[in-house]
Design a protein around this ligand. Structure first.
Ligand SMILES: C[S@@+](CC[C@H](N)C(=O)[O-])C[C@H]1O[C@@H](n2cnc3c(N)ncnc32)[C@H](O)[C@@H]1O
Ligand SMILES: Nc1nc2[nH]cc(C(=O)O)c2c(=O)[nH]1
Ligand code: SF4
Ligand SMILES: [Mg+2]
Length: 211
């Protein structure tokens, strides 16, 4: 199938266990928890999104006819750095609306280790090498195992004990970026102080001025 990609760019992973790692980000267009239109935000399931994922008009974005075209562009963006370190982060929008065998096999054929950032409402593709799930209150998460669970905090109506029963190797709490970011940071610090199983993660790319 073809893929609608908002943007594709080289940066450092800003969040989570792989923070600081060189990565090609592939931001797929569209999400199942919000249309991406501001007028729909207050009625959406996910209301705090910090990302423009509408359309295919960003840097490196476009319609890719098949996995080979997607992966060749990712490899070109990775450039001359060592091939054995190639690392791609599939995000969006919700990448699992589009990611399929064609994308995963072609990225692997180009030597990429593949990570995903997903809301977990659609099962992750089994070929993905690193699964990060970020649950959203009011949604049904079906992907309850993976490498990192990244809880954006605070979120009303989140059952933390239920999250802790899921099968993740790492439990991370990330302060919500909003007009209340300072209170949210204080709350996220308190969350991690009270629950030593959870680690604080910050959106370091925003501090560094990286995309
Ligand atoms: C834009 S989402 C795209 C991937 C997927 N739809 C998801 O929600 O996981 C990428 C990451 O940013 C997080 N995020 C989105 N808005 C945020 C905000 N305002 N503050 C902190 N993290 C946010 C999401 O929870 C997710 O972990
Ligand atoms: N540098 C950088 N790191 C990120 N980690 C997760 C991101 C995302 O939007 O999925 C993101 C992003 O947009 N930029
Ligand atoms: S699920 Fe992810 S991409 Fe969709 S609106 Fe929420 S944070 Fe944004
Ligand atoms: Mg982001």
């Amino acid at each position: 199938m073809s893929y609608a990609v908002k943007e594709m760019f080289l940066t450092l992973q800003g969040e989570g266990i792989h923070a600081g790692r060189r990565a090609v980000f592939i931001r797929f267009a569209g999400c199942n928890l919000w249309s991406g239109r501001e007028q729909d935000r207050t009625s959406a399931i996910c209301r705090f999104c910090d990302t423009d994922f509408v359309g295919m008009d960003g840097p490196g974005g476009g319609r890719f006819p098949d996995g080979a075209a997607l992966a060749e562009t990712a490899a070109r963006i990775w450039g001359d750095a060592p091939r054995e370190e190639r690392f791609a982060v599939l995000t969006g929008g919700e990448p699992m609306l589009q990611v399929d065998d064609g994308a995963v096999d072609a990225l692997h054929a180009q030597g990429f280790t593949i990570a995903i950032e997903s809301n977990g409402t659609i099962a992750a593709h089994p070929g993905i090498d690193w699964i990060c799930i970020s649950p959203k209150a009011g949604s049904e998460v079906v992907q309850r195992r993976g490498d990192e669970l990244k809880l954006v905090w605070p979120q009303d109506g989140m059952d933390i004990a239920a999250l802790e029963a899921w099968d993740f190797a790492n439990f991370l709490v990330q302060p919500m970026d909003s007009d209340a970011r300072e209170e949210n940071l204080t709350s996220a610090i308190a969350f991690a102080m009270e629950r030593p199983r959870w680690r604080l993660t910050l959106q370091t790319h925003k501090m560094l001025g990286l995309p």
